[in-house]
Ligand binder design. Structure first.
Ligand SMILES: NC(=O)c1ccc[n+]([C@@H]2O[C@H](COP(=O)([O-])OP(=O)(O)OC[C@H]3O[C@@H](n4cnc5c(N)ncnc54)[C@H](OP(=O)(O)O)[C@@H]3O)[C@@H](O)[C@H]2O)c1
Length: 254
C-alpha cells in the first residue's frame, strides 16, 4: 500500500491560485487528487488550473470572496458537487494589513479576521457533513510564524493565526470520532506575493529573515507540497490537532 496515494480523493484549496496554496495544490495533484481551487482573481485561477491540468491533474476553479462566511458555505457545496465528493480541505486564503495597532480601523481588523480565521471555520463547518458522509476527511489550516511570535505590525494577523492553531485543536478533538483529522501548518518566511509586499513595507525584513533562518534561505511555495500530501493522506491518520512548522528552522533558532 502506498500511504501517500491520493487517487480518487478531491481537495478544495482556498487561495489555491497562487503562492503557498498553489504549491500545496501541485503536491496534492501530484499524489493523485482532483483539485478545486478558490480565489477572487478569475484570471489567476484560470492560469493555475491550466498549470495543474498540464501536469496531468483534474482541476477546476471557483470564484469566491472568503471574507463572506455565507460565500464559504456556498463554495464548499459547489466544490463537493464539482467532482462528486470532498475529502480534503486546505484553509489557506489569507491577507495581512501591516500597520501599527493604533493605526488600525475596526473595519480593517474585521477584514483580516474574517478572511484568515472565520473563513477557515465556515469552510470546515460546511465540509464536516460531506466528510462525515464519506467516512472521514482531512482539514489542513494554514497558520504562520505569527501563530507563535508577535511583531508590531501584525496585531490582527497574529490574532487570526493564533486563533487558527487553537481552532485546529478544538476541531481535531471534536471530529476525531468521525475519522476527520484536523491539523495546522505554520509556514516560515516564504517568497510569495504576500511577502513581496511585506518586504516593500518593512525595512530590513529580507535580510533579517535570511540571518535568522537556519536553512539559510527564504522558503518557496513548493516547500509545502510534502506536508500537504502527508496531512492529506493515510500516512497521517493518527496525527490530529498538531501545528507543524515548515520554516527551515526559523521557529527553533535560539
Ligand atoms: N508567504 C509567507 O511567508 C507566509 C507565512 C506564513 C503564513 N502564510 C499564509 O499562507 C497563506 C497563503 O499566503 P501566500 O503567502 O501564499 O500569499 P498570496 O500569494 O498572497 O496568496 C493568498 C491567497 O489567498 C487568496 N485570498 C485572499 N483573500 C481572499 C478572499 N477574500 N477570498 C478568496 N481568496 C482570497 C488569494 O486569492 P485571490 O488573489 O484570487 O483573491 C491568494 O490565492 C495565507 O494564509 C498566509 O497568511 C504565508
Amino acid at each position: 500500500m502506498n500511504l501517500f496515494d491520493l487517487s480518487g480523493r478531491v481537495a478544495l484549496v482556498t487561495g489555491g491560485n497562487g503562492g503557498i496554496g498553489l504549491g500545496m495544490a501541485r503536491g496534492l495533484a501530484g499524489a493523485g487528487a482532483a483539485i478545486v481551487i478558490a480565489g477572487r482573481n478569475a484570471a489567476k485561477s484560470a492560469a493555475a488550473v491550466k498549470a495543474l491540468e498540464a501536469a496531468g491533474a483534474r482541476a477546476a476553479a471557483l470564484e469566491a470572496d472568503l471574507a463572506d462566511a455565507q460565500a464559504c458555505a456556498a463554495l464548499v457545496a459547489a466544490a463537493a458537487r464539482r467532482f462528486g465528493r470532498l475529502d480534503i480541505l486546505v484553509n489557506n486564503a489569507g491577507i495581512n494589513i501591516r500597520k501599527q495597532p493604533q493605526d488600525y480601523t475596526i473595519a480593517e481588523w474585521n477584514e483580516v479576521l474574517a478572511t484568515n480565521l472565520t473563513s477557515a471555520f465556515a469552510c470546515a463547518h460546511a465540509a464536516y457533513p460531506e466528510m462525515k458522509k464519506a467516512g472521514g476527511g482531512k482539514i489542513i489550516n494554514i497558520g504562520s510564524m505569527m501563530s507563535i511570535f508577535g511583531a508590531s505590525f501584525v496585531a490582527a494577523y497574529a490574532a487570526s493565526k493564533g486563533g487558527i492553531v487553537q481552532m485546529t485543536k478544538a476541531l481535531a478533538t471534536a471530529w476525531a470520532k468521525d475519522n476527520i483529522q484536523v491539523n495546522a501548518v505554520l509556514p516560515g518566511w516564504i517568497d510569495t506575493e504576500l511577502t513581496r509586499r511585506a518586504r516593500e513595507q518593512v525595512e530590513g525584513l529580507h535580510d533579517r529573515v535570511l540571518a535568522r533562518t537556519p536553512a539559510g534561505r527564504w522558503g518557496v511555495p513548493e516547500d509545502h507540497a510534502g506536508i500537504a500530501i502527508f496531512l492529506a493522506s493515510k500516512a497521517s491518520d493518527f496525527v490530529t490537532g498538531a501545528a507543524i512548522p515548515v520554516d527551515g528552522g526559523y521557529s527553533v533558532q535560539g
